[in-house]
Design a binder for this molecule. Structure first.
Ligand code: SAH
Length: 241
């Protein structure tokens, strides 16, 4: 069942909704879906409806439902890496169930986002997340933030568990969790150049604890995706059906 995101849609079962131009064109010209085709429409808050395509690029809404909220809300605080890596992290992180992406400049970040390109970048990354959510049927659209301060980001972070991935950490991941079933985990991943000792200390000051992901040095895009998959197995929705 193909899914399409329509933020702000008014979910009334039995009602008819006109598809916006871009989506209408994609469904009719690219996907060549015909009247009678069944699709899912979701608004990004978890609600979705089965819908039937009608002749005049309208859809008729059927049953409205709510996708279960993730058992564990995962926030990925990602030290900004270089361009294409970031897009991979957003796409794969969405598939793996990241609820909140926080892209933050760190001391050794090579990637930088110029102020005059900030809105354009946010829009592009938002589309990448929305397309990944559509493809994997993630109806709780991940949040995306682009704060300017690592320190403020750490200070504002809230979670049952707060971790930072550090290849020099002596703390094993296993057995280190205080809560039996954390409802929210915030995890920091450094950029390609890693976290500085000062950043590691700052994270600890704000209640984050370091964890190791084993003996190999993972690329920044690998480390974040690995920890999200592990957390989803331990506390999220990847351990069972
Ligand atoms: N300092 C590394 C590069 C950093 S890797 C080097 O010498 O090449 C990018 C980020 O991935 C790190 O900041 C850390 O957050 C995470 N990371 C990579 N390997 C890790 C490991 N084995 N354990 C914990 N974190 C790791």
């Amino acid at each position: 069942m193909r899914s399409f995101c329509l933020p702000g849609i008014d979910f009334v079962s039995g009602s008819r909704v006109a598809l916006p131009g871009e989506l209408k064109k994609h469904i009719e010209k690219v996907l060549r879906l015909k009247p009678g085709a069944r699709i899912h429409l979701f608004d990004g808050t978890g609600r979705y409806a089965e819908a039937v395509l009608l002749a005049d690029a309208q859809v008729e809404l059927g049953t409205v439902a709510e996708q279960p909220a993730p058992p564990c809300r995962i926030t990925l605080i990602q030290g900004i890496p270089k361009g294409d890596k970031l897009e991979l992290i957003l796409q794969k992180g969405t598939e793996l169930g990241v609820s909140h992406f926080v892209l933050v400049p760190m001391e050794r970040s090579v990637g930088r986002i110029a102020d005059n390109r900030r809105e354009e970048r946010l829009e592009r990354w938002g589309k990448i997340i929305q397309e990944a959510a559509r493809q994997c049927h993630q109806y709780h659209l991940p949040q995306l933030d682009l704060p300017s301060s690592f320190s403020t980001t750490l200070a504002d972070a809230e979670g049952d568990e707060k971790l930072f991935l550090w290849e020099e950490s002596q703390a094993a991941l296993a057995g280190g969790f205080a809560a039996a079933q954390p409802r929210s985990v915030v995890v920091v991943v450094g950029p390609e150049g890693g976290m500085s000792a000062a950043e590691a200390t700052l994270a600890e000051t704000h209640g984050f604890r370091s964890v190791s992901l084993g003996p190999r040095i993972l690329r920044t895009e690998t480390a974040g995706l690995a920890i999200v998959a592990i957390l989803q197995y331990l506390y999220g929705d990847m351990a069972g059906v």
